[in-house]
Design a protein around this ligand. Structure first.
Ligand SMILES: Nc1ncnc2c1ncn2[C@@H]1O[C@H](COP(=O)(O)OP(=O)(O)O)[C@@H](O)[C@H]1O
Ligand SMILES: [Mg+2]
Length: 576
């Protein structure tokens, strides 16, 4: 588990090593300070030597300055090391997440990935910072103080061990009970984050269905759960304070009681007792630090596991070793393909699909919602892997291609279009950084974006987060323009012309056919009028191909197609 730390400390390793070294110096100086304190009392004050007081006074002053300087330096180095570790861990996670397949992301859930990148990293950072400063300091102070006090009086040392046993028992009770609660706290935080991110992404839906109250209640419940668990864990941890206080008083009491007897008996000096009490407090403080570290590590251990899960997860889809980079043409074939989102093969989304699409074909896909239209096309860009059977592009199994090359060649405009904050130009350049403005303008014309922006002057127009300052149809057209700019061999429009009127849609498809005649075009649409212009259309029903044919053929042989056609003709009669 601590492997994550070793692997991610990277260039900050030197700070993580230097910090404890300065801690070592600080501890040594502090012990020396206490040692010379006893000297100043016994030799200087008790014997009335001004010279002695002055000599040890100056020495103590210098030691105090050294202690301060080493303390500040070790703190600075520890902060630098822990903040650097955080940065590297976040980078490692983010880098791996960007390579995640859809399947990986669905397994983790978005909210959980957010918690892991924020709260969990913060927990580890805090624990690491505390540990680099205290993990050496506390035991070292403890041992040194024990040795030094044994030198002053052996008789009093057993008292310290009694206290240590009490603390060990108390703390192990607290920690073993707090750990499982923290596990729940983090899982609940995941839920909260998932809920918030889902709600923000779908805020328009929430508002349009006037579901604000319902969502607030749902959120409230999770937030309250979180509060309760947190309180429960905190209450447990808070018990360490009274425990420590009790032990401090008990220790001072024991040492003072037995020490006073020794002084009366003449076997110990007053200076030595003052020294021992100071050491006792140092022992107490270091025990307190140790338990604090233990608590922090308890919390961080869980977080470290969760971070490790993200970093160690292998993307379920990745390029093969001897990958093929060249995609010959835009032909697609499915050979006995079955696919299921869940392990249960009885719940297949796609069953025994056999299909052949020639390069340059203009293909339509239609079918009821949930009939696996999106699933079918997602397999072409290898957004998911088949469970059985082979999907080929350009005559070669998609699993043999370099992923980037394949996805550059297969451009999918997904059902949910996404634009990013920036300008129109920024968004279009996502396709390819090297494109010039003329290329961008041409794509805007092909995708009929000139209806709502002037390609010559509006490339710098701002796009707000998610493209919220554009209408659905405008967003769809910008996404189509971006997809065309990749100059793919296969262009897939997954319901991405749904918000366009027939005329605009036909105009776009005609322009694409004219300017990119060799590109394979796959149009998923619910509109028969759009599909009329395709070379042929595939009718899907519940994960199987019901029929394939031209508009006229399908009207004859496909029940689903002719039924949809009937409904839409009636609607258009009604509109007219
Ligand atoms: N990410 C997913 N996880 C689990 N099941 C899914 C997922 N996406 C789609 N499905 C299921 O697979 C089936 C086909 O979905 P989809 O391909 O999106 O249909 P369509 O695009 O035709 O509406 C549906 O039953 C749907 O519930
Ligand atoms: Mg779909």
């Amino acid at each position: 588990m601590f492997k994550v730390i070793f692997e991610n400390i990277g260039e900050y390793k030197k700070y993580a090593i230097l910090s404890p070294i300065f801690v070592l110096l600080e501890v040594a100086t502090n012990v020396a300070i206490t040692f010379y304190m006893t000297k100043i009392i016994d030799l200087g004050i008790m014997e009335g030597s001004t010279d002695g007081v002055l000599k040890y006074g100056i020495l103590l002053l210098i030691l105090a300055a050294v202690s301060l300087a080493t303390g500040i330096t070790s703190g600075y180095l520890a902060t630098k090391a822990s903040a650097g570790l955080s940065k590297n861990m976040r980078y490692s996670m983010f880098k791996n997440i960007t390579n995640f397949s859809f399947e990986n992301i669905e397994k983790f859930k978005r909210g959980s990935l957010i918690t892991r990148m924020t709260t969990d990293v913060q927990m580890v950072q805090m624990a690491f910072q505390l540990s680099t400063r205290m993990a050496i300091r506390a035991p070292l102070t403890l041992i040194m103080a024990l040795i030094m006090s044994a030198r002053l009086s052996k008789e009093l040392v057993p008292n310290f061990f009694i206290i240590m046993v009490i603390i060990a028992i108390g703390m192990s009770f607290i920690i073993t009970h707090a750990y499982p609660i923290f596990e729940i706290v983090f899982k609940t935080t995941d839920k909260l984050n998932t809920d918030v991110s889902e709600n923000l992404a779908a805020i328009r839906v929430v508002k349009s269905f006037v579901k604000e109250d319902k969502e607030i209640n749902k959120f409230d419940e999770i937030a309250e759960n979180l509060q309760n668990y947190y309180m429960k864990a905190s209450k447990l941890l808070a018990m360490s304070n009274p425990l420590m206080n009790f032990c401090t008083y008990l220790m001072v009491l024991l040492v003072a009681w037995f020490g006073a007897h020794l002084i009366v008996g003449g076997s110990m000096t007053t200076g030595a007792l003052t020294g021992i009490i100071t050491y006792a407090i140092q022992i107490q403080v270091s025990l307190m630090m140790l338990s604090m570290i233990l608590v922090q590590i308890t919390i961080a251990r869980n977080s470290l596991n969760r971070i490790n899960e993200v970093i160690a997860t292998k993307p379920s889809i990745k390029s093969p070793k001897d990958a093929t980079f060249e995609i010959k043409d835009g032909s697609v074939s499915f050979e006995d393909v079955s696919f299921s989102y869940v392990d249960d093969m009885d719940k297949c989304a796609l069953k025994d699909i056999n299909l052949k699409i020639n390069s340059g074909d203009y293909v339509g896909i239609i079918g009821p919602t949930g009939s696996a239209k999106s699933t079918l096309v997602n397999l072409i860009a290898r957004l998911y892997d088949t469970d059985s059977g082979v999907v080929k592009v350009g005559g070669i199994d998609v699993k043999e291609y370099d992923l980037k090359s394949l996805r550059d060649a297969v451009s999918v405009v997904l059902q949910k279009n996404q634009l990013f904050t920036g300008t129109v130009r920024d968004n279009l350049l996502w396709a390819n950084e090297d494109l010039c403005d003329d290329d961008l303008k041409r794509a805007l014309y092909i995708a009929s974006c000139d209806d709502f922006l002037d390609p010559d002057t509006d490339l710098d127009k701002k796009v707000q987060a998610g493209g919220s300052n554009f209408s659905g149809g405008q967003k769809q057209r910008l996404c189509i323009a971006r997809a065309i700019l990749k100059d793919p061999k296969i262009l897939i429009l997954d319901d991405s012309t749904s918000a366009l009127d027939n005329q605009t849609e036909t105009k776009i498809m005609n322009a694409i056919t004219k300017f990119r005649p060799n590109m394979t075009k796959i149009l998923i649409s619910q509109k028969i009028k759009s599909l009329k212009n395709t070379d042929y259309t595939i009718v899907l029903d519940n994960g199987v191909i019901e029929n394939i044919g031209t508009h006229e053929e399908l009207l004859q042989k496909s029940d689903i197609y002719s039924e949809i056609n009937g409904v839409q003709e009636k609607d258009s009669d009604f509109d007219a």
